[in-house]
Ligand binder design. Structure first.
Ligand code: ATP
Length: 134
């Protein structure tokens, strides 16, 4: 058990801070990699992301359109990763059936659904006129 320190925290040296930030970045990348290995949904998102970027390049999207598309794609990835994290924590703390565990998973899945629907609307608004005319 670590002994509680008294007084203000000593400011860490810059190289140590940089090393810590680099390590945190590595942990985050490891998290994305682990999710990609275990979640089939994410392979679908990866394929959809490649398709959307290719379509955007083909259509010659304007700058604001790229902003909307990139934010939408990123938000869906973000929601899916958080959903994966929630599922892992729920499975850890409640391997047996519990109504709250089920609710937590359902709500996390709902977040993905809401974001995916919003992204679909963005897709229709951005790509619709180009693919099907004004
Ligand atoms: N421990 C639990 N207690 C109660 N209900 C659960 C529990 N685990 C899962 N559920 C219910 O089963 C549903 C499916 O859970 P599951 O863990 O299979 O996720 P999933 O939606 O299949 O996602 P994925 O395919 O990414 O694993 C949940 O949304 C929830 O309603």
């Amino acid at each position: 058990m670590p002994v509680a320190e008294s007084g203000p925290p000593t400011p860490r040296r810059f190289p140590a801070l940089l090393r810590q930030r680099a390590a945190s970045f590595g942990h985050a990348l490891r998290g994305v990699g682990a999710a990609l290995r275990t979640e089939v949904h994410l392979w679908f998102h990866a394929a959809a992301t490649v398709a959307v970027v290719a379509l955007g390049l083909y259509c010659g999207l304007a700058r604001w359109e790229w902003v909307a598309v990139v934010l939408s794609v990123g938000a869906v990835w973000c929601a899916e990763l958080v959903n994966t994290a929630v599922e892992a924590v729920v499975d850890l703390v409640s391997p047996q059936y519990h109504p709250l565990a089920g609710r937590a998973k359902d709500v996390a899945a709902g977040a993905v659904l809401v974001m995916a629907l919003a992204a679909a609307v963005v897709g229709v608004v951005v790509f619709g006129p180009r693919l099907w005319g004004q």
